[in-house]
Write a new protein. Structure first.
Length: 61
């Protein structure tokens, strides 16, 4: 069971989102804390759709 748990941790990614009135910033980090991708998007419906579409391949939704 230990090897599977270790593999799970390696697959983990973290997403941080800073929400502003007009613009938002997101960062995707790996299990080691290294930033894999960072991007800015608008704080509106289109921006939220952009966030979802950029995260989908990263986190496997």
């Amino acid at each position: 069971m230990q090897p599977e748990a270790s593999q799970e941790v390696e697959k983990m990614k973290y997403v941080g989102v800073d929400i502003g009135k007009w613009k938002c910033r997101a960062a995707v980090m790996g299990p080691d804390g290294a930033i894999i991708e960072a991007f800015t998007f608008n704080n509106d419906r289109i921006g939220m759709e952009e966030l979802a579409s950029r995260l989908t391949p990263r986190i496997g939704w």
